[in-house]
Design a protein around this ligand. Structure first.
Ligand SMILES: C[S@@+](CC[C@H](N)C(=O)[O-])C[C@H]1O[C@@H](n2cnc3c(N)ncnc32)[C@H](O)[C@@H]1O
Length: 370
């Protein structure tokens, strides 16, 4: 247990950091006045009181000396193993300090009937992209395990808590983070799509279904499909959905690669990609964006939400925190170096609009031309 003391310190540092960054307020509804012109140029929209930093991206990302130094530290195997273990322990203890019952939530899933969902979910002919078979988030088998699937919802709650540290509860933080994201999507679609109806929604990288359920609750008349590469995550999504209140339009779950879904062209009005791209190499980001363009009907909306390179909070993250984060997120640098506006424009999207929907995350919305 030689690690326990420094790890406890890290854990307190993370909690303290959460409190120290509690300065931004949730924007009210009217702060969402979107001023993007209906043109084919990229437009950045200032929203509410979420603050941008002075840099294009944090100094700890990309090709800066600091970023290279952190990368070199992480690639030193003995240190990586310690960091990986540390990152995991810190994540769990920080979550529990913030009233997220990580261990109970995990146990409940692992001791449930979730395993029987696998048979109806798994696509045995799916070939996984190479990047997906690497260790990830401190799990040696990445997202392809029951433990990663059972812990995913608690990890999502922790992410939400870190993003909105000044909320009075996890539920309030979730309402702010997911509510602002959904509102940005709705406003974009209303403003830029001639047919304001959203009938078919695809949630690429749906994980254990949290984002898909939010979309289904917001757009109850739409058919929602959650798609992910991990059959374990999808099994948890289906298991949880079966235990919830029945829906008029049940969510469908598809085990596929978002880069090449095999779904028919022009079959969706909204494609959502929430918190996926920071986990992907640049080539996968480009492929998923192109696939979303193919899948959307003319006038359809793409919505991507993820870490904002311009977030003041992320730019000012402490060295301990960003080193820990980078140790379990192998593609973070590639994500931060990807110009998302340009990627969307090159795929053919118009009305590209970016909004900081909470202190850490940007929501990018765009339209397929009519
Ligand atoms: C952080 S989770 C997404 C969380 C979820 N969308 C939400 O908002 O709560 C990222 C997900 O992307 C999935 N993913 C990564 N690459 C993918 C790809 N090429 N196709 C489909 N899913 C992918 C992972 O399996 C993982 O479940």
């Amino acid at each position: 247990m030689a690690l326990s003391s420094p790890l406890q310190n890290l854990s307190s540092l993370i909690s303290a950091h959460g409190i120290a960054t509690a300065t931004a307020k949730a924007p009210s509804r009217h702060q969402y006045a979107v001023h993007a012109a209906a043109s084919d140029t990229a437009t950045t929209v200032e929203v509410g009181s979420y603050e941008e930093g002075k840099l294009v991206r944090p100094k700890w990302t990309g090709e800066t000396p600091l970023s290279r130094m952190v990368r070199a530290l992480i690639s030193f195997k003995p240190l990586y193993s310690i960091l990986k273990l540390g990152a995991r322990q810190v994540l769990i203890s920080t979550a529990e300090k913030n009233n997220i019952p990580w261990r109970e939530m995990t146990k409940e899933i692992l001791e449930s009937q979730v395993y029987k969902e696998m048979d109806t979910i798994q696509n045995h002919s799916l070939v996984y992209p190479d990047y997906y078979l690497n260790p990830f988030h401190a799990y040696d088998e990445g997202n392809l395990t029951w433990l990663a699937a059972a812990e995913a919802e608690a990890a999502t709650k922790s992410m939400v808590r870190r993003a909105i540290p000044n909320a009075s509860s996890i539920d309030e933080a979730t309402q702010i983070l997911r509510g602002n994201w959904l509102q940005a999507i709705e406003q974009h679609h209303l403003q830029h799509s001639q047919t304001s109806m959203i009938s078919d929604i695809l949630d690429i990288g749906c994980s254990v279904g949290v984002s898909s359920r939010c979309l289904a609750d917001k757009f109850p008349t739409a058919n929602v499909t959650g798609l992910d590469l991990s059959p374990y995550f999808l099994a948890v999504a289906q298991h949880k959905e079966k235990r919830g209140a029945p829906r008029k339009n049940p969510i469908k779950w598809i085990h596929a690669n978002g880069e090449d879904t095999g779904l028919p062209s022009k079959s969706f009005d909204l494609v959502s990609i929430a918190y996926v791209f920071h986990e992907c190499p640049a080539r996968a980001i480009v492929n998923v964006v192109k696939e979303a363009f193919r899948l959307l009907r003319p006038g359809g909306t793409l919505a991507m939400t993820d870490n904002s390179p311009k977030s003041k909070v992320l730019q000012e993250l402490s060295p301990v925190l960003f080193t820990l984060m980078k140790s379990t997120e192998p593609f973070l640098d590639e994500y931060y170096l990807t110009d998302m506006d340009e990627t969307l424009m090159e795929a053919g999207f118009v009305n590209i609009t970016s909004i900081l929907t909470n202190p850490r995350h940007v929501t990018l919305t765009a339209t397929v031309p009519q």
